[in-house]
Ligand binder design. Structure first.
Ligand code: G6P
Ligand code: MG
Length: 930
């Protein structure tokens, strides 16, 4: 977050920008040069010399005369500032400075004006500043970043943690080039590129300033030990693919990865995984024959951040190659276009600050990639010329072809371009001689297609590339930005009073969006999105229960795609049911391309690699089938998409209900679901898990209702469906009876729900003994051990209460919360759980307690509090954050044609606002603390 605020002076702190204008105007009229207020806009923030050049608009005058004119302008200016007093601080400035000091934020002024110290002393604000830098502190003036970088060093604050307030376009550019957050003062035409724009500082609070930083995830200082974590949270993408935030030039022990939806490849144990695609970001920078790397030479003024508003990953730094005194400014920026799934763009800029230099950029498409050391690709073809490079590869076992093509453009004429045809790593090499101060910009455009998209991915990628490069970097950049703007217009959540939580929810929603395909119905979001190797890209209940509600409510077409994935994999679900000897369709616990079960049956014991551990979830964690029915029903309830319900929803819900009708076992006095795993995976082979039975009961009830609905609304379809699924009057009677009498251990006198048969008989854990633990209760007690105690990995009964919240009374809520919460492994159990506990605590009107659970979820990725964010984004936790905010803190409930809210905000939140679409109508919820 922000640690320092750097103010520009003229036009921000005081109205001296007007004096500069008056002084130039006086000079201009004396010399008969036309000069208006509008002309002056360009002079804002730029040095005296540059101002004169702009004023002359191409006219040549001698150096002597120029010096004379500048001195004269300065005299006029100084005459005016002689009158300045503390009363000339602009409205709001004094209060703001005082507030910033009180908050322990560093405060400085950075102005190009050599008169700045004089002005500051006349305004009487020296004592409120931790530093001041003016035009004489550095050589290159704004829009170069130097003045701000100099100020950050003075304050000993990393650039990415500085916020700059500027009234000039040149100043905004300079601060951005320094990697800082910007607040523009004035009209959008002038400072519209800033992160936030305000007319002036009147009434502006420190909180208004720091909020400007809630759109970026930053790496303020390079910490090699945190690289894998950073790579995950800086993942960028567009729903077609996701790319981890590794460095273009790579780094030791990094974990580079690009995952393209649907590109499954066979693998031992885990059956199938998303094959790590060739690295489109690959780039080497050579300066005077020194190869750039973060661990060579000296790196200064480093800043890296992911801009969530536009999906752009940026890095800037100053590099001094080992053994050389010369400094180079390096800037990288890249994005996968949200406007154009098959397009990625990367820009690198090298500037020689201290003298001429030879700069070479080698940009390639690196096919030497693997998944945890396992290479999936065979090379089919490659090519490179000075025009274009291309690479075509195919997965070894599944024979999916992927083609990538790249083209480079540059800002300079004098560049030598050659093809670079390394085996498996084709590219281009660009070389130029830079003069002192000169900069070399190379834009790398990459297009990717696979055999899932088109018959001939190679030619598709080549033609896409030709078409896109013609448009140029700026146009593609703007298109991408516009697509993101549209996304945020619908899906942003505004949370005032808590910058950390605000940033966390935006990051979570960003990561979910880049994992959701815009148009592919045959893929869904894996437990680790497209951001890491964890869980091999497999899709779990995480998607339907945790992730999907956000899409259902704010991006229904994307939610529909993901539900269609379950439709297209129904055949796999039929096979799974049949394999276990049941009728109907049973969804896989872990699903990939076909819907067949792909949960590994055995994994290596991390404590003793010679041993294997049996994983039972694929066999008996069966609640996912009801979870999918729930998500379909919820989608329909929210969107009113009857067509979907008719053609997809009802058929799936009925065919899966047939599975339950078969799987549920009759007892003498009812029905049972034995030998299962509920959400709480610390307990396996349990009977009558409350969550599972509760959801199955709900599923059977809905199946009956929806079948009736279909008979009313599409009788011919309904008859055909009954016939094809073999649904008869007996089936319905059976479902009804099962729903009514499926065992559900709920004691109405106490409200308690027993998590499964016999749970209450198990001993409790002596929690005191584990106070200082740093790992999960399951790894301490071992799998068999945890099974024997009343210790939960995650919300189970509580999860059920949340999903079916209308079905349970307050007594039940309270009793179960009181009982299960202290028995849950909140810190090292499942990452799925904290957000759900946040929601549940809200239902019990405990928002401050809910907040603690909420932040636990919010920090899973951004702070890596579980230590495993390197494996990929915790998608379920991200989706859970949205639900905690919307269903929990805002208490949103839909009625058939309207909605209600029950706000219960933590005491320090001032505002919670979001939109959602209910049956085609957009609604805005804006809850403010008065
Ligand atoms: C600031 C002002 C400019 C001015 C520049 C140099 O950036 O915004 O209008 O030209 O400083 O000022 P100086 O006082 O050194 O001429
Ligand atoms: Mg200014």
């Amino acid at each position: 977050m922000i640690e320092a605020v750097i103010f520009d002076l003229d036009g921000v702190i005081t109205e001296t920008a007007e004096y500069h204008f008056q002084a130039w105007k006086r000079l201009a009229s004396e010399e008969g040069i036309p000069f208006s207020r509008a002309d002056n806009e360009k002079l804002r923030g730029v040095s005296r010399q540059e101002s004169l050049r702009l004023l002359l608009a191409g006219r040549e005058i001698s150096e002597e005369l120029a010096d004379d004119w500048m001195a004269r302008k300065n005299r006029y200016y100084q005459e005016m500032i002689a009158e300045l007093t503390p009363d000339d601080l602009l409205p709001g400035v004094a209060t703001l400075l005082a507030e910033l000091r009180a908050m322990d934020l560093k405060v400085a002024i950075a102005s190009a004006s050599r008169n700045a110290p004089d002005v500051i002393s006349r305004l009487g604000i020296e004592s409120q500043l931790d530093g001041c830098a003016d035009g004489s502190s550095i050589e290159r003036q704004k829009p170069a970043p130097d003045l701000f970088l100099y100020t950050a060093r003075l304050l000993k604050v990393p650039p990415a943690r500085c916020l700059v307030i500027e009234d000039a376009a040149a100043g905004i550019q300079a601060a951005q080039a320094a990697g800082m957050v910007t607040l523009g003062i004035g009209p959008a035409e002038r400072v519209g590129e800033a992160d936030k724009v305000m007319p002036n500082l009147e009434g502006v609070t420190a909180a208004d300033l720091t909020r400007a930083a809630t759109w970026r995830v930053i790496e303020a200082a390079f910490e090699p030990a945190r690289q894998n974590h950073l790579e995950t949270i800086l993942t960028h993408g567009n729903g077609y693919l996701g790319t981890r935030g590794t460095f273009e030039e790579r780094f030791e022990n990094d974990c580079q990865g690009t995952f393209v939806h649907g590109i499954w490849a066979d693998v031992e144990i885990g059956f199938t995984e998303l094959a790590n695609a060739p690295d489109w970001t690959a780039l080497e920078v050579w300066i005077n024959d020194h190869r750039f790397s973060m661990d060579r030479g000296t790196v200064e003024d480093y800043a890296r951040y992911l801009d969530l508003r536009s999906g752009v990953l940026r890095r800037r730094l100053r590099w001094i190659p080992a053994g050389e005194g010369q400094r180079f400014e390096l800037k990288f920026e890249r994005f996968a276009s949200l406007a154009n799934s098959h397009l990625m763009v990367l820009r690198i800029q090298v500037q020689a600050l201290d003298g001429p230099a030879t700069v070479e950029i080698r940009a390639t498409l690196n096919g030497h990639v693997d998944n945890w050391g396992y290479p999936h690709w065979d090379l089919i073809s490659q090519g490179s010329s000075h025009q274009m490079a291309s690479l075509e590869v195919a997965t070894r076992s599944t024979l999916k072809t992927l083609a990538m093509s790249a083209k480079l453009t540059t800002n300079r004429e004098d560049v030598n371009i050659e093809g670079w045809d390394d085996p498996g790593n084709p590219g281009m090499c660009l070389r130029t001689e830079l003069e002192e101060g000169g900069s070399f910009t190379v834009d790398k455009f990459v297009s990717v297609f696979t055999s899932r998209d088109v018959c001939d991915p190679l030619s598709a990628s080549q033609s896409k590339l030709l078409e896109s490069t013609k448009l140029g970097y700026e146009v593609l950049f703007d298109e991408n930005k516009a697509a993101w703007r549209e996304f945020w217009r619908r899906s942003d959540v505004i949370l005032e009073g808590d910058d950390e939580a605000q940033l966390a929810i935006r990051h979570a929603l960003f990561q979910l969006r880049i994992a959701a395909s815009s148009d592919d119905e045959r893929v869904s979001i894996g437990a680790k999105t497209l951001s890491g190797f964890g869980y091999r890209g497999h899709v779990f209940w995480d998607n339907e229960i945790f992730v999907l509600p956000f899409f259902t409510y704010t991006q229904p077409s994307l939610a529909r795609n993901m539900l269609m994935y379950r439709w297209h994999t129904l055949q796999g679900a039929r096979r799974k049911a049949a394999k276990s000897g049941f009728a109907g369709a049973q969804y896989a616990w872990e699903s990939a391309e076909t819907g067949d079960e792909v949960t590994p049956r055995w994994v290596t014991d991390s404590r003793d690699p010679s041993k294997k551990i049996r994983i039972w979830t694929g066999d008996i964690q069966i609640h996912i089938t009801a979870d999918i029915a729930y998500a379909i029903w919820q989608y329909w309830h929210v969107t009113g998409d009857d067509e979907f319900m008719r053609n997809i929803g009802v058929p799936v819900i009925l065919e899966t209900a047939i599975f339950w009708g078969n799987r549920v076992e009759p007892l003498n006095d009812g029905y049972a679901l034995n030998q299962v795993i509920g959400p709480d995976e610390y307990h396996h082979h349990v009977d009558n898990n409350a969550f599972t039975n509760g959801m199955v009961r709900w599923h059977l009830e809905k199946a009956i209702e929806l079948r009736e609905w279909l008979h009313l609304n599409a009788p011919a379809d309904a008859v055909a469906l009954d016939r094809s699924l073999g649904i008869t009057a007996e089936t319905l009677t059976l479902w009804q009876d099962m729903a009514a009498r499926l065992k559900f251990n709920h004691d109405p006198s106490t409200g308690m729900i027993e998590q499964f048969d016999g749970f209450f008989q198990l001993p409790d854990v002596e929690w005191d003994r584990y106070k200082d633990r740093t790992t999960s209760m399951q790894s301490l007690l071992r799998i068999g051990g945890a099974n024997q105690y009343q210790v939960l990995k995650q919300a189970d009964v509580i999860m059920l209460l949340c999903l079916l919240r209308d079905q349970f009374d307050h007594k039940t809520w309270q009793a179960n919360w009181d009982y299960y919460t202290p028995r849950t492994d909140h810190s090292y159990g499942s990452s799925l759980s904290p957000a759900i506990h946040a929601w549940a605590a809200c239902e019990l009107e405990c928002p401050d307690l809910a907040y603690e659970h909420f932040m636990h979820a919010a920090r899973a990725d951004l702070q890596d509090i579980r230590g495993n964010a390197g494996d990929g984004i915790h998608a379920a936790s991200a989706g859970g954050l949205w639900q905690a905010l919307v269903f929990g803190f805002a208490g949103l409930q839909l009625t058939s044609d309207d909605h209600t809210v029950t706000p219960r905000l933590p005491s320090h939140w001032n505002r919670l606002s979001f939109s959602f679409c209910h049956r085609g109508e957009w609604k805005v919820i804006d809850l403010r603390r008065e």
